[in-house]
Design a binder for this molecule. Sequence first.
Ligand SMILES: Cc1cc2nc3c(=O)[nH]c(=O)nc-3n(C[C@H](O)[C@H](O)[C@H](O)COP(=O)(O)OP(=O)(O)OC[C@H]3O[C@@H](n4cnc5c(N)ncnc54)[C@H](O)[C@@H]3O)c2cc1C
Length: 457
Amino acid sequence: MTAVGVPAPPTVPRAVHDAAVAELVAQYRAVPAGERVRLGKKTSNLFRFGAGPAQARRLDTTPFTGVIEVDPVTRTAQVQGMATYEHLVDVTLAHGLMPLVVPQLKTITLGGAVTGLGIESTSFRHGLPHESVREMDVLLPGGDLVTVTPDGEHADLFAGFANSYATLGYALRLVIDLQPVATHVRLEHRRVPTGELAAVIREACASDADFVDGVVFTRDEQYLTLGYFTDDPGPVSDYTGQQVFYRSVRERTVDYLTVHDYLWRWDTDWFWCSAALGAQHPLVRRIWPGRLRRSDVYRRIVALDRRTRFSGRVRTLLRQPQEEPVIQDVEIPVDRLPEFLDAFQRDVGIEPVWLCPLRLRGRSTWPLYPMAADELYVNVGFWSTVPEIPGDPEGHNRRVEELVAELGGHKSLYSTVHYDEPEFWEHYNGPAYRLLKERYDPDGRLPDLYSKVTGRT
Ligand SMILES: Cc1cc2nc3c(=O)[nH]c(=O)nc-3n(C[C@H](O)[C@H](O)[C@H](O)COP(=O)(O)OP(=O)(O)OC[C@H]3O[C@@H](n4cnc5c(N)ncnc54)[C@H](O)[C@@H]3O)c2cc1C
C-alpha cells in the first residue's frame, strides 16, 4: 500500500520494452515504401470520424501501453507511448505522485496528449503535457529510432512534435516530470459576475490554488472552481454513482474529492455530454452499469451513430433540420475571453462551455502551436450540435475559426478542421513544419499535417 492507499499496478521491465521496440521497428521497416501505416490503438479521443486512409497498415501498439518506471527521487516517470493516463495515474498515485497535467479523459494516452496537445486545471501553472517531457524515443518515418531532448541533436523535433499528430514519427518511450499529491482536493466553486470573468480568472491564476477551471452555464451564470490539495478533508463526495459532477458546481460552494476522483471528475459524464445519450436520466442512470459510465464508452456510441448516420436518417424521416456537430477546444487570450463568449453565444449558441486557463510553463515556445510565452490564455471547450445553417453545413465551425483568428487565439486539431490550406499554414507555422518534414520525413512516408487533420489525404 502506498501514499494514497492503493496498491501499485505492475510496471513493464525495460528489457521487455526494448524487445517490443525491436519488434515494432522490424514490423515498420517491413512495410513497403508506398503503403500507408497508422497506429493500431484500441481507443481514440479524436473527433474526426472517417478521416484517415482506409487502406493503411495498422501497427500493433498493445505492447506499448505500460509504465516502465517511476522514480520518486527525481520525480519522473518513464512511460511507454500508448499508456493511457488512467493507467499512468494509477501507477504514479501509488507513489504519492501525479503527472503535472492529467487530461480529463481516462483513455487519452501520453503520446496522444503530447503530439495532439492536452490540457487540464493545472495548466495555468504547468502548461501543457508536452512541456513536462524530458526526453522521448521517437520512431522516425524512415524507420530509425532516435532519442530527442529539449537541447540535443534533435531539439527541433522535440519542439515540433507538439501538435504534429503523428506526422513526424511515433513516440514509443517518454520521460516526464511528476509532482507530489495530497490524498484529497478541496474544491471551491465561486459564482463570477459576468463583467468580472477575465479579472477573476487572472486573480485565481496568481493565487496559491493547485487547480483552476470553470463552467459557463449561461452568459449570466458562470463559475470558477479553485482546487487545493489537502490531507485533511471534510465529508467526501462521490460523482461516480447517481450524482453528476457538473451539477454540483452550481449547487455547492465547497466540496471534497479524493485526488483520484478529482482527476477523473469530468470523465464519468464526459463533462456533461453523457446527457445526450440519456445517461443522466435518473432511471437510465440506475440501470447503466457504473463501470460503463466512462468517456470511451460514450465516444464509441457516438462513433457508431456517425458511422451509420443513424440520427441523421431519423431527422430526415421526421423532416427535421440536420445538425452540425461543433466539437472544439480553443485558446483565447484572457482579456479577449468576454468578446469570444458574447460572439460565440450569439452566433453558435452552445451551453454549457468549459473554461480552463493555461500559460506556457517556461520560456520555450512550440513552433507548430505558436502560443506566446507569458500570455494567460483560457481554453474554451464546447461539444454539442446545433441546427445546420441552410446551405452552409460547416457554417458554425467556420465562425469559430474566424473568431479565434480575430481574437489572437488558437484552435486544437483533435476535431474537424475547416481552414483552407493557405489559412491553415498561416496559423500553424507552415515554414517551420516544412523544415521538419524535409529533415525527418523526406520521402513522405507519413501524411502531411493539413491532409491528416482535414481528412483530405
Ligand atoms: C469531447 C472531447 C473533449 C476533449 N477534452 C479534452 C480536455 O479537456 N483535455 C485534454 O487534454 N484533451 C481533450 N481532448 C483532446 C484529446 O486530448 C486529444 O484528442 C488527444 O490527442 C487524444 O489523445 P489519444 O491518446 O486519445 O490519441 P488518439 O486519439 O489515439 O490520437 C490522437 C493523435 O495522436 C497520434 N498519436 C497517438 N499516440 C501517439 C504517439 N505515441 N506518438 C505519436 N503520435 C501519436 C495519433 O496518430 C493521432 O493523430 C478532448 C477531445 C474530445 C473529443
